[in-house]
Design a protein. Sequence first.
Length: 318
Amino acid sequence: MKIYRFAVVLFLFFLSCDKKTKVEKAVEEIPVDIKVERFDKVFFETKPEDLAKIKKQYPFFFPAGTDDNIWLKKMEDPIWREVYTEVQKKYSNFEPVRQEFNTLFQHVKYYFPKTKTPKVITLIGEMDYNTKAIYADSLVFVALELYLGKNHKFYEFPNYLKQNFEEKQIMPDVVSSFSYRNIPVSGDKSLVSQMIFEGKQLYAKDLLLPSYTDAEKIGYTPEQVKWCGENESYMWRFFIESEMLFSVDPKLTTRFIAPAPFSKFYLEIDNDSPGRVGAWIGWQMVRAYMKNNNVTLPELLKTDAKEIFEKSKYKPKK
């Protein structure tokens, strides 16, 4: 009997591996050739007298009504030129990142066949960590000044933000932007609805970035992922017993969903917890839903949070 059970488990294991291989083989056959335009180089290597030329070529970077002196000052500002120099040191060869984009959009087109192959435009922005990478249908914008490495001398940000200023975070950030555009906005402002909203875009990374670790997908350290796994049951019980899941209190968003150095249970565990644990719980909930239901990724993104909550049969292990 033990031998029989072992054989069944082994068969299911190889069946799972074979299924994954078939998906990846199909993905590899999808023709994608991402084009990259280095606007960061164009801007800082353009002579001031030629500003009008790049304004015409890249009108979306130059809002109407903005005085040209703003752009001319940035071109010649020694601090911004130092930023440009550091970006070129790090990304003098952008080909490895372009290949990552190719692989990502092969996966995107596998799950979303009608998606256009976008053009990637790199730039040096204003150190706005809320707009590090933006997917905009036919274009993807990447602000390279925010991917120089968490220990770079330029960064005077809290550690919970800096830890994601790494090259490896470019693709997860792009997938987040892509997913948010494809998830319908809901009028349900309850905590569980917000958890599942975040869980959907994190689950998209499971399929679109299969080679990435959970830590890279959510922007945690490996230790933070481990902490969430070890405390999953405890956190879930806390949300239930505190009757928070269906609460629409906006303070819960900052406590458990928004980026933060830690989550706010107002308990001793706070300092050990990472921020956004509500998003992490939502991710596990969506994973459970997808395991128990035959649903495609595009269908998942459009599925109502209440249905996902009810049909996920989510129950953390103790």
